[in-house]
Design a binder for this molecule. Sequence first.
Ligand code: TXA
Ligand code: MG
Length: 344
Amino acid sequence: MKFVKSKYLDMQDVNDYSVLDEAANIINNGGLVLFPTETVYGIGANAFDDEAVKKIFIAKGRAQDNPLILHISDMEMLDEIAENISELEYKLMETFWPGPFTIILNKKKNIANQATCNGDTVGVRMPSNRIAYELIKRANVPIAAPSANISGRPSGTNIDDIIEELEDKVDYMINGGETEIGLESTVVRIIENEIVIFRPGRITKEDLLKVAESVNIDKNIMKHIANDEKVLSPGMKYRHYAPKTDCKLVYNPDNDKLVEEILSIAQANKNVLIVCTTENIEKFKEYSCIDMGSKNDLLQISHNLFSILRDIDRSNANLAIIEGVKAEGIGLAIMNRLIRACEL
Ligand code: TXA
Ligand code: MG
């Protein structure tokens, strides 16, 4: 099948979901489709088509050992890809699907090898975004999809940010407007009947504690990881979300000290940009600033985060100083992304 390169479907203006048949057809014929989810945009391919999935790794420049999440639209699809599912795993899926929640399960043998990097496990998610959901349903296969970005760059949360990077690399693009959440899904795995968070997201530790008595956070979430270190989820170890500009993350629970620290770094450097909360922006008025949102509305900050990381590069600053937030609730996900974005 010959594809029309970068055909663009604007779902913001279309309410008729049957038009997604064309995109589903491209998935079924081995093509790549860029589509919105409630978290970030994804680059999707038929998870059972190894040749198509290979193209995703090439398009993103993604490491060969970093498996993809398989997106499903119903529980029958789950049965095709995962097995030996425990009661706790079912309970989590029932509670958080469809939604921004990915669970690592035992993989059914001999399927989706390229997407899972030949591992024994498979990451699965049922998205709630209507376009994503209808696309999977129409394709009638699990769709393997990483976040829409070149590996290492901030994930794409709106089509304008993504177009310049990925237009030439996909066969079809669906514009669904800005994604609602703005951060990728929470990734968990059950180890010895306990929940372990591999990647924090909108489904927080506190949310998970409503389903289980204890929830563990992988120790690697908030620290730097060397590339040769062994981790349970490969995505943790790669430099991520990073603007090209040098960035420095500053956090102190005492706001006066936080402001002082930011100002002293700003004074010691030339051509700085300060990315700060609405509450503090007045204090930095001598400098160029980006308002990341109110520290009392971390959902707004998470929604803005990846776009702001891209805006940093548009500013031509030599150094961006980024104000951190309390690593609690969704704040943990925000800080995890900021730590990775500020790594060198
Ligand atoms: O919200 C999201 O999850 C978005 C949208 C498109 O659904 N997708 C996404 O995919 O963020 P990606 O590929 O950028 O991140 C997937 C993460 C990586 O950190 C990867 O290492 C981890 O999930 N992962 C996937 N399968 C895994 C597995 N079998 N075992 C351990 N970690 C896995
Ligand atoms: Mg990603």
